[in-house]
Structures are given as structure tokens and as C-alpha cells.
Design a protein around this ligand. Sequence first.
Ligand SMILES: [Zn+2]
Length: 64
Amino acid sequence: MYLIILCPQCSRASAAREGAKTHSCPYCGSTMRTDKAKVIARARNGREARKIVVEINARGGDIR
Ligand SMILES: [Zn+2]
């Protein structure tokens, strides 16, 4: 499982592997704790995760 989490620094979505303690944002480089991060979606595999990330970021980085 993958978690789609929102970066607290730049508000963009990226995919983190479930179970990982930390995740670094590929956009701004900040490191966040996955248990504190805002999880906005879940995906079953990396491909699905990337698709969701692209869709969310195309809408401006947050689900409304
Ligand atoms: Zn970021």
C-alpha cells in the first residue's frame, strides 16, 4: 500500500510507502513524518500512486 500525503511545506502531494517512518518531499526536499502527515489518499501500488499524485497536483495540490 502507498499513502498519498500532502507536504506541509509546499502543499503538494507525493506518494510514500506505507510503513515508512519518514518521507521526503520530491518537490521541496523537506522531510516529514508519515504518521504526522496529512494522508489524502491511498493506492495499492506505485503506478496507481503516481497517477493519483499527478491528478491531485494538477488540481493545485489539495482535494477540495
Ligand atoms: Zn514539499
